[in-house]
Design a protein around this ligand. Structure first.
Ligand SMILES: Nc1ncnc2c1ncn2[C@@H]1O[C@H](COP(=O)(O)OP(=O)(O)OP(=O)(O)O)[C@@H](O)[C@H]1O
Length: 269
């Protein structure tokens, strides 16, 4: 019989693991092109999990498989297993709307709607038209604060989102994603179109958000990975070459290819 102590340990163990993403033998192909080759890895909860690697290596394809945003591309053949909260993401009848609420995504270029700042934040919330004005105001404020944008826009919430700078638009996209209350944030090169000041604002934000969310970030930028990653996943030509804690990979990688890429920015895969 299990002791009380053991039961408590199991419960807390489950809690710790509950928002992990666990990928096994993931293969993605397009015709004869094998885009992802037998990828197996775990993304860690409440960390910035950073996928790095040269262009065309399959980083975005990996990210897009997690919330199945590449699902409508019938030319892609996807096999393997992606578990989220111990539930399989890749099953045929998966509720994709629910999945994408739990696993939100922020894209390379900010994609704000031609609506007010306020309406952009509320956009993804189901039945938000039925909320009271006070409830809407509170959601808008909470999520703009979470995305570190409130102080800059609190007096102009009814202005068009298009009037914001690109860096502010990206933080608005993050606020809109957070408003749906996801558990995981997928971020595909979210700072690549931003200036250094806006990039820093997003990096500070990611560092803060990981206390509440699990972040999976794709970046080309090795310095950015060095600044903000907790865990690093080096993908090259569709293969996971090496993964582990950022500190270990940047100081003592096991594979020569990892060393060459992280230290010289070149690839010898
Ligand atoms: N839907 C698709 N149809 C056909 N080919 C695809 C599709 N998605 C990705 N690919 C191909 O898969 C390969 C990997 O692309 P992917 O965008 O995942 O790489 P990446 O590492 O994110 O590259 P980058 O850093 O340049 O964004 C590329 O050769 C790309 O052309």
């Amino acid at each position: 019989m299990e002791t009380a102590q053991k039961i408590i340990e199991n419960i807390s163990e489950n809690k710790i693991h509950q928002h992990y993403i666990s990928i096994s033998n993931l293969n993605v192909s397009f015709g004869s092109q094998h885009i992802l080759k037998n990828i197996s890895l775990n993304f860690q909860k409440n960390k910035v999990n950073c996928i790095v690697g040269p262009s065309g290596g399959g980083k975005s394809t990996l990210l897009r498989s997690i919330n199945r945003i590449n699902n409508d591309d019938y030319n892609l053949i996807i096999n393997g297993s992606i578990l989220f909260n111990n539930e399989e993401i890749l099953i045929k009848n998966k509720d994709l709307t629910k999945l994408r609420k739990e696993i939100g995504m922020v894209f390379q270029s900010p994609c704000v709607f031609p609506k007010s700042i306020k309406e952009n934040v509320l956009f993804g919330i189901e039945n938000h038209s039925k909320l009271s004005q006070a409830e809407k105001d509170s959601i808008v404020e909470e999520n703009l604060k979470a995305a570190s944008l409130w102080d800059e826009v609190s007096t102009r919430l009814n202005e068009s989102a298009k009037s914001l700078s690109i860096g502010q638009q990206q933080r608005l996209c993050i606020a809109r994603t957070l408003a749906v209350k996801p558990k995981i944030l997928l971020m595909d090169e979210p700072t690549s179109s931003l200036d250094p000041i806006s990039t820093e604002a997003i990096e500070v934000l990611m560092n803060r958000l990981k206390a509440e969310y699990t972040i999976i970030l794709v970046t080309h930028n090795i310095s950015q990975a060095k600044r903000i990653a907790d865990e690093l996943y080096f993908i090259c030509e569709g293969e996971l070459i090496e993964s582990g804690s950022k500190d270990v990979l940047f100081s003592n990688p096991k594979k020569e290819q990892t060393r060459t890429y992280l230290f010289n920015g070149t690839c010898n895969c």
